[in-house]
Design a protein around this ligand. Sequence first.
Ligand SMILES: Cc1ncc(COP(=O)(O)O)c(C=O)c1O
Length: 461
Amino acid sequence: MAVNSTVVLDPERVRKLTERESAMLDERTRGSAEMYRRARKSLSGGVASTYQARNPWPIYLTNGEGAVVFDVDGNRMWDFHNGFGSMVQGHGHPAIVKAVSERVALGTHFAATTEDGVVVAEELQRRWGLEQWRFVNSGSEATMDAIRIARGFTGRDTVMKIFGSYHGHHDAVMVSIGVPYDKIGDREDYASLPYGAGVPHAITEMTVAVPFNDAGAMERRIQRLEAEGRKPACVIMEAAMMNLGVVLPEPGYLEEVREITRRHGIVLIFDEVKTGLAIAAGGATERFGVKPDMVTLAKTLGGGLPSGAIGGSAEVMHVVEDGSVYQVGTYNGNPLTMAAARASLLEVLTPDAYRHLDALNERIVNGCQAVVDRYNLPGYAVGIASKGCVTFSPVPIVDYESFKANQDVAVTELAWLYNMNRGIFMTPGREEEWTLSVTHTDEAVDAYVEVFAEMARELTE
Ligand SMILES: Cc1ncc(COP(=O)(O)O)c(C=O)c1O
C-alpha cells in the first residue's frame, strides 16, 4: 500500500467540481426527483432505509442484469454498489433465478426446516470449520443473536467491539460508530457513544470499544474491565474493517486477538456480514487463517434475498441446542432464501469464482494505484477479492482515529458524483467501498479506473 502525498488538492477546485457534478447528476436523474416527490408522501424520507436516503433526492433503480443496473431515468451503470456488498453473484444469475423460480411454486414459507437449509449449513460448516449453524434474515439479526449466545454462554453482559465498526442496527452495537473525532476520547479508554437517538444509555454503557489494529490496547481494556467486575462476554469485530473503506489487519494482529480472547475466556466473534463469501469461499476466517469461536454472515449469503447465518463452535452453540438461549425467528431458514443460498454456494461461488474476483481485484487496485501515482494524489488503492476502494488520505488508515483525522471527505464525495455521472453506480457514503461480482469483467473494472483517471486529471491539471 503506497501513499504518495506530493500534491495538495485545491479545496476551491474540489468545491467547484462538486458543484458542477451535482448539477449534472440532478439533470440526469429527473425521473428520480419525480419518484422522490411521490415517495416521500408515504415513505419516510422517500426511502425504505435511511442508508438509501440522499440529498437532494435518492436514485431509484428499476432492474439489474449481471454487472449492470438501470435507474428510473434509463441510465445504465456498472454496479459497484452491489446492494451494499450483497450481490457478489451479480444480478439475475441464471443458477439463482432457476432455484428461486422452482422453489416459488413449491411453497415459499412453512416455518419448518427444508433440505436446502441442511445443505447450506453443511456447506458453511465445511467452509468455516465451525460445527454448528443457525439462520436469520439479516446481518443485524445475526450479530444480535450471536451476542446473545455469547452472553448466554459466558453469563456476562459486557460487549467489546472495535471503535468505528458497524455491526447492524440493534442497540448493543449502535455504539461508538460515526461519531465526531473530538468526541472519541482517549484510545486507551474510548467513550461509549450512542449512534443516533433512541439507544438507551444503560445499553450503550454495556458496550465498550477499542481501536482496530491494537491488540495491546484491547488487552489492557479487558484487564481494567475485569478489575471492575465487567469482563466482556465477547469481542465482536470484522477481521478486516469494511466500514471505513477497507482497512486490513496488520500482520499478527488477528493472531494476537485470538490469543488474548482465548486467554481471558472471551468469545471471539468475527462479523463476516461483509467479508463472508465476498473475500474467499470461507471469508476472512479462511483468508487470514485465524479461527474465531463464532461468525456472523448475511449479505452475499442469500444472493439478494434477505438472509443471515450464525456459525459457532460446538461448545459455544451448545447453549442453543440445550435451549438455554432462544435463537428463534418465524422466517429463519425460509425455503426461498435457502434455495437461493444453496444454488449460490454450490453453483456460483465456486473456487473459479474466487480466482476471477482475485484477478479483477488486482486489475482494479493496480489500475487505481497507477492513477494515484501518475497524478501524485494524496491517497492509495486497497482491495481484497470483491472488496476495495481508493482511500483519499495522505497516510494509511489503520483505525477510526486515523480515518477521522485524515480522510478527505470532500474528494470522497466528489468521487461518488463523478462516478454516478459516468455510468458507475457506487455506494454513497464516505465509509463504503466497491463490491465486484462474478459477472464483472475487465471492461467493467477498466471503466471504473478510467473515470477515476478523468477525475484525477481535472483535480490536478
Ligand atoms: C459488518 C456488518 N455487520 C452487520 C451489518 C448489518 O447487516 P444488515 O444491514 O443486513 O442488518 C452490516 C451492514 O452493512 C455490516 O456491514
